[in-house]
Design a protein around this ligand. Structure first.
Ligand code: NAD
Ligand code: DAU
Length: 359
């Protein structure tokens, strides 16, 4: 039985991870540490919180409180998701990215080292798993081979630079102090509870409201999309079978240009409106309710500053070492995601009107 401290699990991926983990390991004990920034929503954990899965509203920079939680609950595993995660926000205001992603990760590492290595006198059975991103590797051209674990770091945005810094701190705590660490660098996730500032949920919700679909630049930038539960499955494998000190890339081998993703979402929504008349009543501003194609909402807008052209993950290492394969195809995952947003309007309305922050 594991006893996990999961940081940032009121956010998108962390919440999906906890949901997945408790399905697979129902007897485990989890303490979620989340400061509930704008991206943290306790409702993401609805149905999960009880005496063996607690949510503590704590900033990861509060080293003392994190140490207390590690001791009090005898936690032996950290799975570290907490971060500022949106590239556009990092361009507008980088400071909080340094505080959360760099200083926050260092604070957690210090807490784990103090409790597991100093006070517990070299507790063997501990693990610090750090969740990172493919963006640390920089950008690819259309012809470049995909990122491997050996690709040199070349972060281009304040967000990716802060994540790269945190990766290096995790590495240093292993090499210098012998902390049992693993790191995973994952490609773009999509699925339930994805905050509607990111491309896929923003597109789905704007279509329903008949609002413009902003495409940065020419829309040809490429991302490698992975269903969020497959990310959780990859982290589970790394925790169970990964080598201490190792880094694993996780990806969907599923590259899409942004404009193609947006057109696909428009087509999926056209079909749902054609099949379900009640959607016309619920969303009268959607073009599909007026007999028009949803793609008429597409608007090309000013490009993101320093916009990385392409990300793609080479999954050979995690596949060969740990037997990892994504289980959810993109065709299934994207339909599931569209339907989740259609069936969970209460969730995203409370995000749009801000009431989720009073939860
Ligand atoms: P998110 O923005 O949805 O959630 C982040 C969570 O961290 C929120 O609940 C927020 O309240 C919390 N948080 C932020 N600062 C904190 C602090 N100082 N102390 C405690 N909690 C804090 O992010 P996400 O998309 O779920 O990403 C989770 C992790 O996965 C991040 O580390 C991100 O870099 C990484 N990642 C994300 C993707 C992706 O496609 N979204 C892909 C690869 C890696
Ligand atoms: O690659 C992993 C990364 O994926 C994670 O580390 C980040 O935390 C996560 O936010 C995500 O970053 P991206 O910048 O790739 O995701 P985003 O959804 O913001 O944008 C996806 C692509 O779509 C990107 O090329 C920018 C573009 N875009 C985005 C928005 C929000 C648009 O064209 N229009 C938009 O309105």
């Amino acid at each position: 039985m594991s006893r996990l401290l999961v940081t940032g699990a009121a956010g998108f991926i962390g919440a999906n991870f906890v949901r997945y983990w408790l399905q697979q390991h129902p007897n485990d004990h989890i303490v979620v540490v989340d400061s509930l920034t704008y991206a943290g929503n306790p409702h993401n954990l609805d149905g999960l919180l009880d005496k063996s899965c607690l949510l503590e509203r704590v900033d990861i920079n509060n080293t003392d409180r994190v140490m207390e939680l590690l001791r009090e609950h005898q936690l032996n595993t950290v799975v570290h998701f907490a971060a500022e995660s949106h590239v556009d926000r990092s361009i507008e205001g980088p400071d909080v990215f340094i505080e959360a992603n760099v200083l926050g990760t260092h604070s957690l590492l210090k807490a784990a080292r103090q409790v597991w290595q100093v006070e517990a006198q070299a507790l063997d059975a501990h693990r610090f798993h750090h969740v990172s991103t493919d963006e640390v590797y920089g950008t690819l051209s259309a012809e470049d081979p995909a990122f491997t674990e050996k690709t040199p770091y070349a972060p281009n945005s304040p967000y990716s630079a802060s994540k790269a810094s945190s990766d290096f701190l995790v590495r240093a705590y292993h090499h210098t102090y012998g902390l049992n660490v693993t790191t995973s660098n994952c490609s773009n996730n999509y699925g339930p509870y994805h905050f509607p500032e990111k491309l896929i949920p923003l597109t789905i919700i704007n279509i329903l409201h008949g609002k413009g679909l902003p495409i940065y630049g020419d829309g040809k930038n490429i991302r490698d999309w992975l269903y969020v539960e497959d990310h959780a499955r990859g982290i589970e494998l790394v925790l169970q079978k990964g080598q201490i000190g190792e880094t694993y890339n996780i990806g969907g081998v599923n590259e899409w240009a942004n404009i193609d993703i947006v057109n696909l979402l428009c087509e999926l929504m056209d079909k749902r409106f054609a099949a379900n008349i009640s959607l016309h009543t619920n969303y009268p501003d959607c073009p599909a309710a007026k007999g028009q194609a949803c793609s008429t909402l597409i608007e090309y807008v000013t490009d993101r500053a320093g916009h990385d052209f392409r990300y793609a993950i080479d999954t050979t290492f995690i596949r060969e070492e740990l037997g990892y394969e994504p289980a959810v195809t993109f065709e299934v995952g994207i339909e599931r995601t569209v339907d989740w947003y259609l069936n969970n309007e209460r969730w995203w309305q409370s995000v749009l009107d801000g009431s989720y922050r009073k939860a």
